[in-house]
Design a protein around this ligand. Structure first.
Ligand SMILES: O=c1[nH]c(=O)c2[nH]c(=O)[nH]c2[nH]1
Length: 301
């Protein structure tokens, strides 16, 4: 016999933009892509064609727009919590609501040396990500993150001392290019309810700014012995900077740039210390991941 062991459903790729008109005549904008997923007493729709408990995915989309009109969308961690909490309060048969938000960059333009009051530019594919899970009697768990932050350094990276056997071809190096697209997440302690998230709301932008700065500065400053060590140092620093964060995760592709041997052309030197022209590789790439957890487990208030 078959059994439905897990089910959830919702609306993905709900795109919205909210403008904010300030008293001084300037405006701010936030563009996000939202995904909502509901769980609870919903199995009959799958197993008995009974849709009575199904809050239509269209309703979830309309609710997302209405909540964005009624409430601030920043910090996005608070908005995700408000939206998730709405679903479990509004519908007694919904026990958990997961809200994922991707915030896209609209950075204020500088025009004639001054911040422009209402014009913005997309300065990169990097996004800010949030997942909030609101659970009946289980509080609100939040994961914040950075995705697709593309970084590159032309030196200040090494990789040597690794295991060697008959399958090993890679030479050791004390000077190489390092490039990655940063995916980092940090998991907050569980919040009791939306009111607690609201009380702590100032921490979310600070943590995002700190995590981004730590990522960039560690990447640039460290003479990296490996992607593994670099991401561990970044994680440790984020845990130090954000006391309510319990764990940090990094997932870093190692985007390879291969040296090209041009010695066939008049003995041209283009390897080792003479390397200048490289071949960027689209694939395959290394993929290095870690989770670093605060010792003792719990984040401190
Ligand atoms: O930083 C690195 N870590 C690895 O595990 C690895 N493996 C590899 O081929 N190059 C690298 N670089």
């Amino acid at each position: 016999m078959a059994t439905l062991s897990h089910a959830r459903y919702g609306k993905d790729n709900v795109r919205l933009l909210k403008t904010q008109k300030h008293a001084d005549g300037t405006q701010s904008v936030t563009e996000m892509t939202v995904c909502t997923l509901l769980e609870g007493d919903i199995a009959a729709s799958w197993t008995h064609s009974d849709n009575a408990n199904i809050v239509a995915t269209d309703t979830q989309k309309q609710t997302t727009y209405i909540m964005a009109k009624l409430h601030p969308v920043n910090p996005p961690e608070l908005f995700a919590s408000i939206l998730g909490n709405h679903f479990i309060q509004q519908y007694s048969h919904i026990t958990a609501a997961t809200v994922n938000i991707i915030v896209h960059r609209w950075t204020r333009m500088e025009v004639e040396g001054k911040p422009h009051p209402h014009s913005f530019l997309r300065d990169g594919a990097e996004t800010r990500t949030i997942e909030a899970v609101a659970q009946r009697n289980g509080g609100i768990s939040i994961r914040s993150g950075i995705n697709d932050l593309l970084v590159f350094k032309s030196t200040g990276s090494q990789f040597w001392g690794f295991h060697r056997d008959e399958f090993t071809r890679l030479p050791e190096t004390w000077d190489r290019i390092l490039s990655t697209a940063v995916k980092a997440n940090w998991n907050w302690k569980t919040f009791a309810d939306v009111e607690e998230v609201r009380r702590e709301q100032n921490r979310f932008d600070v943590a995002w700014t700190d995590a981004r700065k730590i990522t960039l500065e560690t990447f640039a400053k460290e003479n990296s012995p490996s992607v593994q060590n670099t991401m561990y140092i970044m994680s440790e620093e984020i845990l130090k900077a954000a006391p309510l964060v319990e764990s940090v995760e990094y997932s870093l592709p190692n985007k390879h740039y291969f040296e090209i041997d041009l010695s066939w052309y008049k003995g041209m030197k283009n390897t080792g210390a003479d390397a200048e022209v490289y071949a960027p590789q689209s694939d395959p790439n290394g993929l290095i991941q870690c989770t670093v957890t605060r010792q003792g487990g719990k984040a401190k208030l």
